[in-house]
Design a protein around this ligand. Structure first.
Ligand code: HEM
Length: 130
C-alpha cells in the first residue's frame, strides 16, 4: 500500500515561510513571462538581497492574512503598477500558487490562501485595467 504524504493541518509562520520559498523556487524554475518579471526585478536566484527581502515581506504578508499578524505594512497594489503584467500572467501566477498550496495544506486550510490570492489578483487586474 502507498502512503499518502501528510499535508499540514495547521498554519504557522514557519510553514508560511516554507510555502513562500517553494512558490518562488517554482516560479524561478519556469521560463514563462511571470518568471521573467521576477528575474528582471529581483534577480536570477533566491540568494540575492532583493529576493531575501521579498521572501521576508511575502512571509509577513501571508502571516497577516492567515494568522492576523501585524508585521506587514506595505502597499501590495503599488508594487505592481510599474510591472509589465497581463491577464494571462495572473492566470499563470494563480495556477502555480494553487499548485504549491494544494501540495502543502489540507483543503480546508488551503482555501484560506487560495481564496485570498484569487480576490487580490482580481483587484489587481481591475486596478491595472487588465
Ligand atoms: C502576474 C502576477 C504577479 C507578478 C509577476 C508579481 C510580481 C511582483 C514583483 C516583481 C514584486 C516586487 C516588487 C518590488 O519589490 O518592487 C511583487 C511584490 C509583491 N507582490 Fe506580486 N506579482 C504578481 C501577483 C501578485 C498577487 C496575485 C499577489 C497577492 C495575492 C501579490 C503580492 C505581492 C506582495 C504582497 C508584494 C510586496 C509588496 C510590498 O513591497 O509591500 N503579487 N510582485
Amino acid at each position: 500500500m502507498q502512503f499518502k504524504e501528510e499535508k499540514y493541518n495547521t498554519i504557522t509562520k514557519e510553514k508560511i515561510n516554507e510555502m513562500v520559498i517553494k512558490f518562488y523556487t517554482k516560479i524561478l524554475s519556469e521560463d514563462g513571462d511571470v518568471a521573467k518579471v521576477f528575474r528582471d526585478k529581483l534577480g536570477e536566484n533566491l540568494e540575492t538581497q532583493h529576493w531575501v527581502e521579498h521572501i521576508e515581506i511575502l512571509t509577513n504578508f501571508w502571516a497577516m492574512i492567515a494568522l492576523q499578524e501585524e508585521n506587514y505594512n506595505g502597499n501590495p497594489m503599488m508594487a505592481h503598477f510599474d510591472l509589465p503584467l497581463t491577464r494571462d500572467m495572473f492566470g499563470e501566477w494563480l495556477v502555480m500558487f494553487f499548485g504549491i498550496i494544494d501540495s502543502m495544506y489540507e483543503d480546508r486550510l488551503g482555501m484560506v490562501f487560495k481564496q485570498r490570492a484569487q480576490n487580490i489578483a482580481g483587484n489587481f487586474m481591475r486596478n491595472l485595467r487588465l
